[in-house]
Design a protein around this ligand. Structure first.
Ligand code: SF4
Ligand code: SF4
Ligand code: SF4
Length: 358
């Protein structure tokens, strides 16, 4: 029988997100570090769709208590997806990104960091090569409040307002960079997970459970620090907001270093500078923009539209309010799939693969 880690790697690569093979086999070393052989076998038996423990136990012909114990250990370790849905605890096979990688935050050590870093160019390059994009920029909330036609995917306030449970976690990219000897100056505990279920993070938490008011404060802190909000690239059904810095973030590095076009979808906005009022202070270019999207020539500052991701990070610190986000024409909008099901279907089609349930 083929090595269980090879079979698991193949299975993860069959998911729409992808888990590409390398010549060095680093992707297998990562799986060996995360899963025991027995856990890898169990992960192979899970479906990439939510099931209750009773459904899984019945399908595999196992007693429920035995299955419960195995799934809870694996979920606790971050090897499989575990979340509440319609009031019930669900389990499923998770993709590697976004999924197993992020859920191994609490197990990240130097060895895992080095393996992830070795794999990153191949992983990000491949995952970011197919539409639809994995993540999407959410413009900072202070900039779009006055806009009358705010889409669901660009309204962070509404996402938080509609959610019932919140968990703030360490940012895995910042933690990884710190383990490599490059500690980040930004707040570490700044990634937000949320759910429409009550007490969603009671059983499996990767961070600290917080209130809605505290969740809003986390977002405000991120905006003050000039971090870029990013979430799932879907119109509805977001469950997290990453707050990314250009120094550590795998997503922003994916755009800048690995030129992966579908790792991050731009927002529907682009920054624009009013030349009449601009004081040429350079703050937007030198202190705020994470994408090198602002140019200066002879004291004149301009936005390089192709590089601008429409995050709005440059706007609140402009002393003359000269730089603003403006909505792009509809023909330039890269609309997100309506939900995660549509995202998976479209993504599988663009990769030329079929979604296999078993
Ligand atoms: S993607 Fe961005 S916010 Fe999310 S974990 Fe990485 S740096 Fe942190
Ligand atoms: S210019 Fe830079 S900071 Fe401003 S919106 Fe564009 S990418 Fe974001
Ligand atoms: S921060 Fe404002 S005033 Fe300063 S260079 Fe940028 S647009 Fe001009």
């Amino acid at each position: 029988m083929t090595d269980v880690y090879k079979r698991l790697a193949q299975r993860l690569d069959e998911l729409p997100n992808g888990y590409p093979a390398t010549e060095s086999g680093v992707e297998l070393k990562i799986l060996k570090k995360i899963f025991t052989p027995e856990e890898a076998e169990m992960a192979l038996k899970l479906r990439p769709m939510p099931e209750t423990v009773e459904q899984i136990a019945e399908r595999l012909g196992k007693p429920v208590p035995e299955m419960q114990k195995i799934l809870d250990i694996m979920a606790d370790k971050g090897e499989i997806g575990a979340f509440k849905m319609f009031g019930q605890q669900m389990y499923m096979l998770f993709p590697f990104v976004i999924g197993i990688y992020e859920f191994n935050l609490h197990r990240l050590d130097k060895e895992l960091t080095e393996l992830f870093e070795e794999y990153a160019p191949k992983l990000v390059g491949t995952v970011g090569a197919y539409a639809p994009a994995v993540t999407r920029v959410v413009p900072i909330s202070t900039q779009i409040n006055q806009d009358l036609h705010v889409h669901r995917h660009e309204d962070i306030r509404r996402m938080i307002d509609e959610a019932k449970s919140f968990n703030v976690m360490d940012c895995i990219c910042k933690k990884e960079r710190a383990l490599e000897g490059h500690p980040c100056k930004h707040t570490l505990q700044i990634c937000l997970a949320f759910s429409n279920e009550e007490n969603a993070f009671e059983k499996f938490s990767r961070g600290r459970t917080i209130s809605k008011a505290e969740a809003i404060k986390v977002m405000e802190q991120a905006e003050e620090e000039g971090l870029v909000h990013a979430t799932y690239n879907v119109e509805e059904g977001q469950v997290f907001v990453c707050n990314c810095c250009s120094c550590c973030c795998g997503i922003l590095r994916g755009v800048k270093e690995y030129k992966a076009p579908y790792i991050l979808a731009k927002s529907y906005f682009v920054a624009e500078i009013d030349q009449d009022s601009c004081a040429a202070c350079g703050v937007c270019k030198d202190e705020r923009c994470p994408m090198d999207a602002i140019a200066e020539e002879d004291g004149v500052y301009t936005v390089i539209a192709e590089r601008c991701i429409g995050c709005g990070v440059c706007t609140p610190t402009c002393p003359t309010e000269s730089i603003k986000l403006v909505r792009k024409p509809e023909s330039e909008h890269d609309a997100p799939p309506s939900n995660l099901i549509e995202w998976n279907v479209k993504r599988a089609a663009s990769r030329g693969i079929e979604i296999k349930i078993d």
